[in-house]
Design a protein around this ligand. Structure first.
Ligand code: PEP
Ligand code: MN
Length: 341
């Protein structure tokens, strides 16, 4: 497989663009048209020989044709220069003037725990609620989540608070179920390279948060995003959540460098999860502020009303009051880098 970007000239006509698309389809290639502010580009993915033999630059309205050499194509910045903005119930993730705080419990444990947390995080500025009904646990004996009952509670919180929610989906067999409730599906760290799950979420109409695998390179992670994108779902949000290194003082090592690098390599929004990165309450705010400063489009933070009784990840959960004071500083840093939240 090979890919090429066909950059149309500023004054290209719609018929010129249609001509390029038809020509690509005639050689069995996929054509992906993206209309930018000043010009349109057509991305082609197909057989190298077939695409390259066409004298693109001789076609009307074509300015130039550039091969994409990276292993990931559609999600690369070469393919689309403009930032992708994922819009969920009026919340815009990926808009460079905005910063999107996401917060909530790691797992839904009860209606009371969920509603107490959701009300508090929203009051302090969260725009999206997090909360999982299916949990990937290291031990098979640990709490696995409430399943569909948890999704029902999340949907009730959404309606009551007018706040979209994101929830993890672990199994390709549960994708339709989770998608029927959640506003955003999440593929977690342990499943980043579960290609059947990626394809299944790629067939849904709901946005997908894609967490970075524990030992995944940026190229592997972007290829995982490519699996989703290629199936037709272009609403992918990348989530850096720390990687496994030799360091044992924190749960994982937040790779802050991934934020500006992803911006260069890809047009997809990127957010940071400082809770699963550090794994400790005291680390959440400094890592979260670093994410804002580094140019992330949002953060996703674990909050729990009583972390000492939490069934999952209590050590990294902020109390609602801690989230509130963190949000004051998040707003200040976001303002310093030209974003509002
Ligand atoms: C989570 O966000 O609750 C979670 C399980 O995270 P990760 O996949 O990053 O470990
Ligand atoms: Mn967790």
């Amino acid at each position: 497989m090979s890919s090429m970007i066909i950059v149309m000239s500023r004054d290209a006509l719609q018929s010129d663009i249609d001509g390029v698309v038809e020509r690509l389809r005639s050689v069995g290639s996929d054509a992906h048209v993206s209309v930018g502010q000043t010009r349109t580009v057509v991305g082609a993915i197909g057989e190298r020989e077939a695409i390259q033999q066409i004298p693109w630059e001789a076609m009307p309205g074509v300015e130039r044709a550039v091969p994409v050499l990276r292993s990931f194509k559609f999600v690369s910045r070469d393919f689309q220069a403009e930032d992708t903005v994922v819009e969920v119930r009026g919340v815009r993730v990926g808009d460079p003037t905005l910063f999107v705080p996401i917060a909530g419990p790691c797992a839904v444990e009860s209606r009371d725990q969920l509603f107490r947390t959701a009300e508090a995080v929203k009051k302090a500025g969260a725009r999206i609620l997090r909360g999982d009904a299916f949990k990937p646990r290291t031990s098979p004996y640990a709490f696995q989540g409430l399943g569909e009952a948890g999704l029902e509670m999340l949907a009730a919180a959404r309606e009551e608070l007018d706040m979209p929610f994101v929830a993890e989906v672990l199994d390709p067999r549960d994708v339709a179920l989770v998608a029927s409730y959640a506003d955003i599906l999440r593929v977690g760290t342990r499943n980043m390279a579960n290609f059947t799950l990626l394809q299944e979420v790629g067939r849904q109409k709901k946005p997908v948060q894609l967490k970075r695998g524990l030992t995944a390179t940026l190229e592997e992670w972007l290829n995982a995003a490519e699996y989703i994108y290629k199936e037709g779902n272009h609403q992918v949000i990348m989530v850096e959540r720390g990687i496994r290194t030799f360091e044992t003082a924190s749960r994982n090592t937040l790779d802050i460098t991934a934020v500006p690098l992803l911006r260069m390599l890809s047009h997809l929004p990127v957010i940071v999860d400082p809770s699963h990165s550090g794994g400790k309450r005291e680390l959440v705010e400094p890592l979260g502020l670093a994410a804002v400063a580094a140019g992330a489009d949002g953060i996703m933070v674990d909050v729990h009303p009583t972390p000492d009784t939490a069934l999952v990840d209590g050590a990294q959960a902020l109390l609602p009051a801690e989230w509130e004071s963190m949000m004051d500083r998040v707003r200040a840093v976001a303002g310093a880098v030209g974003r509002t939240c």
